[in-house]
Write a protein that binds this ligand. Structure first.
Ligand SMILES: [Zn+2]
Ligand SMILES: [Zn+2]
Length: 254
């Protein structure tokens, strides 16, 4: 069985009760931390020993998706440690960005405990029992949309993206699409081009032939229950709102 557990689903900023974006994927002995938004490291540490992670995937370099990587860095370098280096898949050009914050060059302990792997559209990687495939997001900074293939099913994650990304192709026939729904209501000419409405998330799920949709990345002003209703208007399958602590399963034991 493959599972996705929500660590946080707030867009932009963590709230008192909900960290920013972060998820844990588990399949067999493989555990992947997908997005390390503000507040998610502590939620991760309550679920599993962060030192035993198989890999980390960061969709892009906005702090609500990557800031807590430095929590993992501290844990590995100065805390209980773990099986290092842990691979961290990131969009092209992001390694220098992350390393600059940690300080030091290629020999710095940041680069010793974390193996920064830049990937782009069409790239694939195998992590234990899981196969990853990446596409381009359409965001204000370079970003990834990610397909996760396990032996018992497939899952796709939007990261942050507006319309016009590779998401539909990446999510083709997926058992579960985890998709951002940052914009309340319908798109109009003033809507931000680099995020999706919940209706657009539903339309992507329908066009991709996904079996299930989970909407996430709730920005201020977005009510998750309303986002679910808006997505349901465009998608006939089951729709849920990601909330911290939720676990969604794919595969035969579902
Ligand atoms: Zn975001
Ligand atoms: Zn973003």
């Amino acid at each position: 069985m493959t599972s996705l557990t929500v660590l946080g689903s707030s867009g932009g900023s963590p709230t008192r009760t909900n960290p920013a974006s972060g998820y844990v994927l588990r399949s067999g002995d493989t555990t992947i931390w997908m997005d390390a938004g503000t507040g998610t490291f502590m939620a991760l540490a309550r679920l599993t020993d962060p030192g035993t992670l198989s890999a980390v995937v960061l969709s892009h370099m906005h702090v609500d998706h990557c800031a807590d990587l430095f929590g993992l860095y501290g844990y590995l370098a100065f805390g209980p440690s773990g099986t290092v280096p842990i691979p961290v898949y990131i969009p092209g050009g992001s390694a220098e960005h992350l390393a600059a914050f940690a300080g030091g060059g290629a020999e710095h302990v940041f680069r010793v405990v974390l193996d920064l792997v830049e990937v782009g559209a069409g790239d694939e990687a195998t992590v234990g029992d899981i196969r990853l495939r990446f596409g381009d997001a359409n965001h204000s900074v370079p970003g990834l949309v990610t397909r996760v293939e396990a032996s018992d099913g497939a899952l796709a994650y939007s990261g942050d993206t507006g319309p016009g990304s590779d998401l539909e192709a990446i999510a083709a026939d997926a058992d579960l699409l985890l998709c951002e729904a940052s914009i309340a209501g319908k798109r109009d000419e003033r809507s931000y081009p680099y995020h999706l409405t919940a209706g657009e998330a539903g339309a992507v799920a329908a066009a991709a032939g996904a079996r299930r949709l989970v909407v996430t990345h709730f920005a201020t002003g977005v009510v998750p229950e309303v986002a679910v209703t808006e997505a349901q208007a465009e998608f006939d399958g089951p729709v849920d709102a990601a909330q911290p602590g939720d676990t969604f399963t794919i595969g035969e034991e579902q």
